[in-house]
Design a protein around this ligand. Structure first.
Ligand code: ADP
Ligand code: ASP
Ligand code: MG
Length: 414
């Protein structure tokens, strides 16, 4: 008997039929003797529908009200799933984030979980109930509803698993695990039996939306055993490496077959800005990037050119949603600094190779650059760390770039 937190994403609860299937699956785990805490997302498409509704009233809706609206999607699913469970004679109770008391800070739209009350949940579990919790939402110290950022139900699940010291947190989705890259872009992508936390964290933060970054961070920090698997396959009750067991996110690097590259992540949400001809003197980076940061725009990659004539150029990337705002700020900075010009491009993407094997192998970057060159793909920016290499390229090369790199590094082979 184990205590398992199971999270079902949007597609897995996308229709009444799918919700009934999830209830059947939970029934099998109950029969097996496991205690189950379920976290659900809104039915697929619902959160996007709510976002559109909000924007039809106001382009920049008030953050507090936006959260009140967006959190309703998950409330529908918890009620429907609990009804489906109770109908099957499986005792279940639904809770919103506020009811189960997922306390967050007050940063609306991307709140951070501070604590979770486990006492009430323990009572339910001891009385043999399945607990069904709304993902993606919490409550701040003043009683305001908050949301955790898109994809946030993953984080709810991991946080609950940490609070309850669950034996495993299972993230059920529409693919049967973490792949070498998004299988929707490269159909030859291969499911990984295991991936290290470190690699998963890089993959998530470099754009692989299969898990929210914060969920991976949380799992690493609190040692939560985490698994990604498909809600469309039959459940498995033994520990094999087959598809039914999905992908385990693991600490045990030594156990892993040391692949050079574990995966390729990409991010379509990037935009780049360049300020040309700024004086090359101490403090210039701060006077450019300071105001951008102050306007709440997060900066990703940064490049400063060498100066030939006492002036230099600065290029950096931001989220595409922040492109217009960052450009406005940069124009003001350009006036103040007497810069020559501000240019920008929001049709760029970032492609990244990720792998702990990079630590011990040279030549990966040059192989990556050669592979892209052979396809005529121009690299705009490069950034590296111990276990990743990222390049920025034109948006039109995303699929070609990812596919060619996937094959050049032999990721489809077993
Ligand atoms: P859910 O609604 O269940 O949370 P998401 O759409 O958030 O599902 O995440 C699952 C999707 O993540 C998959 O359908 C897949 O297209 C995408 N994805 C991106 N990168 C990867 C990867 N490396 N491995 C598996 N899936 C990936
Ligand atoms: N429903 C939210 C979203 O679509 C949260 C989630 O699904 O994890 O982003
Ligand atoms: Mg998701």
């Amino acid at each position: 008997m184990a205590l398992i937190v199971q999270k079902f994403g949007g597609t897995s609860v996308g229709t009444v039929e799918r919700i009934e299937n999830v209830a059947d699956r939970i029934g099998l785990f109950r029969k097996h003797g496991d205690d189950i805490v379920v976290v659900v997302s809104a039915m697929s498409g619902e959160t996007n529908r709510l976002v559109k509704l909000a924007h039809s009233i106001d382009e920049k809706p008030e953050a507090r009200e936006y959260d009140v609206l967006l959190s309703t999607g998950e409330q529908v699913t918890i009620a429907l799933l609990s009804m489906a469970l109770n109908k099957r004679g499986i005792k279940a109770r639904s809770y919103t984030g506020t009811q189960v008391h997922i306390l967050t800070d007050s940063t609306h739209n991307k709140a951070r979980i501070l604590s979770i009350e486990e006492k009430k949940m323990r009572t339910d579990l001891n009385e043999g109930r399945v607990i069904v919790v709304a993902g993606f939402q919490g409550v701040d110290e003043f009683g305001n509803i908050t949301t955790l950022g898109r994809g946030g139900s993953d984080t709810t699940a991991v946080a609950l698993a940490a609070a309850l010291k669950a034996d495993e947190c299972q993230i059920y989705t529409d693919v049967d695990g973490v792949y070498t890259t998004d299988p929707r872009v490269v159909p030859e992508a291969r499911r990984l039996d295991k991936i290290t936390f470190e690699e998963m964290l890089e993959m998530a933060s470099l754009g692989s939306k299969v898990l929210q970054i914060r969920a991976v961070e949380f799992a690493g920090k609190y040692n939560v055993p985490l698994r990604v698997l498909s809600s469309f396959d039959e459940p498995s009750f033994d520990d094999g490496d087959d598809a039914a067991n999905g992908t385990l996110i693991t600490y045990e690097e030594d156990e892993m077959e040391q692949a050079l590259i574990s995966g390729i992540a990409f991010n379509r949400d990037e935009a780049k800005l360049t300020i040309l001809g700024v004086p090359d003197k101490p403090g210039v980076a701060y006077s450019i990037l300071g105001p951008v940061g102050d306007s709440n725009v997060e900066i990703d990659m940064i490049i400063q050119n060498i100066s030939a004539d006492g002036t230099t150029d600065f290029t950096f990337t931001v989220h595409r949603n922040d492109f217009t705002q960052a450009k406005e700020v940069l124009r003001q900075v350009a006036d103040e600094l007497g810069a020559r010009e501000v240019v920008g491009d929001d049709k760029i993407v970032k492609i990244s190779l990720v792998g702990v094997g990079m630590r011990s192998h040279a030549g990966i970057a040059s192989k990556m650059f050669k592979t892209l060159a052979e396809e005529g793909i121009n690299i705009n920016m490069i950034s590296t760390s111990e276990i990743k290499i990222s390049v920025v390229v034109d948006e039109k090369y995303l699929e070609l770039g990812v596919r060619t790199l996937h094959s050049a590094f032999g990721l489809e082979q077993n």
